[in-house]
Ligand binder design. Structure first.
Ligand SMILES: O=C(O)C[C@@H](Cc1ccccc1)C(=O)SCC(=O)c1ccccc1
Ligand SMILES: [Zn+2]
Length: 157
């Protein structure tokens, strides 16, 4: 596959509803997911969604790490999440700063659910159900928006 380029705001691919993957496809996409993770790391991202490299499938990577903006963010191995969903979201919301690899140089305050319960499949096809809060919950919601054709500016306060 050619090297991946990050689609910028204005590219219609960022406005598509991404297509679910069948479990039979997971392994087929393994090389792509490796390239996706490299692209995220190259750009110092804490997440990246497949549509951002013009692959409109329901997959993203979350990779929280402490950073100047979120010094107490947990250190998290980059985690690939397939067909991810939010199964419960708290009423309580928190506003904090976000950026986006598809909208470089712009930061905005975004309201997100403080706590969420999520489900997703791993590359091996195992279903994971877990709960998230804080910065990790924020990244998950940001990436899930990308699968539904939304960007953080759509939600900026
Ligand atoms: O565009 C993306 O999906 C990646 C995005 C994820 C994200 C950042 C901040 C809050 C929610 C989701 C980024 O990684 S932006 C890149 C970035 O440099 C950064 C921004 C804030 C904190 C840490 C890194
Ligand atoms: Zn983004």
């Amino acid at each position: 596959m050619e090297t991946l380029t990050i689609a910028q705001l204005g590219n219609p691919i960022l406005r598509e509803h991404a297509t679910p993957l069948s479990a039979a496809q997971y392994q087929e996409f393994a090389p792509f997911f490796n390239a996706l993770q490299l692209k995220m790391l190259e750009n110092n991202g804490v997440g990246i969604a497949a549509p951002q490299v013009s692959e409109s499938i329901r997959a993203f990577i979350v990779a929280s790490r402490p950073n100047p903006r979120y010094p107490d963010a947990p250190m998290m191995e980059p985690t690939l999440m397939l067909n991810p969903e939010i199964t419960w979201a708290s009423e309580s919301m928190e506003k904090d700063w976000e950026g986006c690899l598809s909208i470089p140089g712009i930061r905005a305050l975004v309201n997100r659910h403080s706590h969420i319960e999520v489900r997703y499949d791993t590359l091996e096809g195992k279903e994971v159900k877990t709960q998230m809060e804080g910065f990790i919950a924020r990244i998950f919601q940001h990436e899930l928006d990308h699968l539904n054709g939304l960007v953080f500016l759509d939600r900026a306060e």
